[in-house]
Design a protein around this ligand. Structure first.
Ligand code: SF4
Length: 535
């Protein structure tokens, strides 16, 4: 078997326009499963795989990972593959949560839904992947897959989520990281927690869709897991709990080993990836119950301290040759003690925290676990602890009205006042297997007054904060020539922040250096000059 994994995450139609410096953990996890079975795996980005010069020579199995919005690129990839190979196409990642997209629209042979590791092992062990035409008899018995049989879509039962110890037994590949262009300057995501603890339900149409049994609000861990009406758990715009279940944490030794190996491959920026980093180790406190309460118990301070202490003592981090940041936090778990603990190890680094809507009532209707007041408190605590809170909002959500938009605008301003350093705004897109999967996408901000209000408030806030950066010195890693003006270079801040356009640094590609910000180009990019004494 000669598989090729193609990372199509966030490429849309085939070209990445934003977050060019992000390498997610999913494709490496798949490569790790293949390596575990003695199969050598290779990864290409969708942009490379779609190049005219690529003909998939020597490959007989295509594994594509993509998000829902990447359907156009996945479709192009599969179509190109079919011209060069008779090998099977497996589609995984969030796009597979709608098997019709993965199989009928994109043209894949097998869609892998939810956690892929055990499913892939079963597909390998039953030798299904060695056949050019999948053996329907074998596929019938494999949970977590979907496929076409005589033109009709078959969706097998989902696989139960893996127990923590089983999940921890898998090891993502680290050697494939060098197959990513710009791996040396990218934010490389290392999964530390999988799954989400918010098992509240979105109740937009509460009269018709909720029996008001209050199990998901007041029940014990097991009770919260099941809604008698089968409503999808979690925030209505998110499919993490439906797809990946409650949180499970990886062991400190596994995470440390993976990061050590990535650093020795030349990676400089590590992101500890989790739907909520503060869920790390909370699952251990309630085992064998599923962690379905986003508030109780409080964070597992001892395990978090153990993890951060082990990681920050790695020489590359302590010497400033590499950076370590955590991804997302839920406001419900940002206690005073949690904020101080994060500040002790990660001061000066950004942390993302979801606000999404400024309206308390709207927040409850869409299944949010924290209120606006709690989120503001969390931002303030994180800021005081020395972190840089980045705050998410979403416009165009189901239930958005002029009133909720006014409250969101107010909350954006309040977030900045109490310490937010950036507002990250998304437009609502319905995700398969989420409570809002049947809702239409949000209107573009230009076409909806309420969305435009939120969009403008966040744009203004970000521009003001970028302007405040002028004159500041930041540490960056130089990535590549700027396509629009090859005399300049693209660089990325070691601790995250705006993309940096660097003047005249010929020969310094891949180097880490200090640069002085001289102007703001857009709300995503600043211009800087390198400081000679730093290289
Ligand atoms: S468990 Fe289901 S029916 Fe019960 S309160 Fe929650 S959403 Fe309503």
């Amino acid at each position: 078997m000669n598989p090729l994994i193609v990372d199509a995450n966030a490429v849309g139609a085939g070209v990445k326009h934003a977050t060019l410096d992000v390498i997610g953990s999913g494709p490496r996890a798949i490569a790790g499963v293949l390596e575990k079975r003695g199969v050598e795996a290779h990864i290409k980005t969708a942009e490379e795989a779609l190049k005219r010069t690529e003909n998939f020579s020597g490959c007989d199995l295509l594994l594509v990972s993509g998000m829902t919005s990447d359907l156009p690129a996945v479709k192009r990839l599969v179509s190109k593959w079919r011209k060069h190979s008779k090998g099977l196409v497996l589609v995984g990642g969030p796009i597979s949560s709608n098997p019709r997209d993965a199989l009928v629209k994109a043209g894949g042979d097998i869609a892998v839904i939810g956690e892929a590791e055990e499913t892939l092992i079963e597909l390998i062990d039953t030798r299904v992947l060695e056949s050019e035409s999948p053996l329907k008899e074998s596929l019938k018995n494999i949970r977590g897959v979907s496929y076409l049989e005589n033109g009709s879509l078959k969706i097998n039962d989902l696989r139960p989520v893996m127990k923590r110890t089983v999940y921890d037994g898998f090891t993502p590949s680290t050697k494939v990281i060098r197959e990513y262009p710009r791996y040396y300057a990218s934010r490389v995501y290392v999964e530390v927690v999988r799954g989400c603890s918010n098992y509240l339900r979105a109740k937009l149409n509460s009269d018709s869709t909720c029996a008001k049994c209050r199990r998901c609000v007041e029940g014990d861990f097991e009770e919260r897991f099941y809604c008698p009406l089968g409503l999808q758990p979690g925030c209505g715009y998110c499919s993490v709990p439906s797809l990946f279940g409650p949180p499970r944490s990886r062991s400190v030794s596994k995470i440390s080993l993976e990061i050590d190996e990535l650093l020795s491959e030349g990676v400089r920026r590590i992101v500890l990836s989790a739907p909520d980093f503060l869920d790390y180790g909370r699952d251990v406190l309630v085992e064998p119950e599923p962690l379905t309460n986003p508030r109780q118990p409080e964070p597992n301070y001892e395990l978090i301290e153990g993890l951060l202490s082990a990681l920050t003592s790695i020489e590359a981090f302590s010497k400033g040759e590499a950076s370590l940041i955590v991804e997302n936090l839920k406001a419900t778990l940002v206690t005073e003690r949690a904020a101080k603990l994060l500040g002790k190890f990660l001061a000066g680094t950004p942390v993302n925290i979801g606000f999404e809507t400024g309206s308390e009532e709207h927040g409850r209707m869409i299944g949010r676990s924290s209120t606006p007041r709690e989120t503001l408190k969390a931002i303030s605590r994180l800021k005081k602890a020395g972190l840089k809170p980045y705050v998410y909002f979403i416009h165009g959500l189901p239930g958005q009205t002029r009133r909720t938009a006014v409250e969101s605008v107010k909350s954006i301003k309040e977030s900045i006042r109490v310490g937010a350093e950036r507002i990250i705004l998304y437009r609502f897109q319905p995700l398969p297997m989420s409570a809002f999967s049947d809702h239409p996408p949000g209107h573009p901000a230009a076409k909806n007054l309420s969305s435009r209000m939120i969009f403008e408030a966040s744009r203004r806030a970000n521009m003001r904060m970028k302007e405040a950066l002028v004159g500041k010195i930041i540490r960056v890693v130089v990535s590549e020539h700027y396509k629009r003006d090859p005399r300049k270079y693209i660089a990325y801040p070691m601790l995250h922040g705006p993309v940096v356009l660097l003047e005249a640094v010929e020969g310094l590609e891949r180097r880490i250096l200090d640069a002085k910000i001289v102007s703001v180009i857009s709300d995503r990019m600043v211009k800087a000059i390198p400081l000679k004494e730093s290289f």
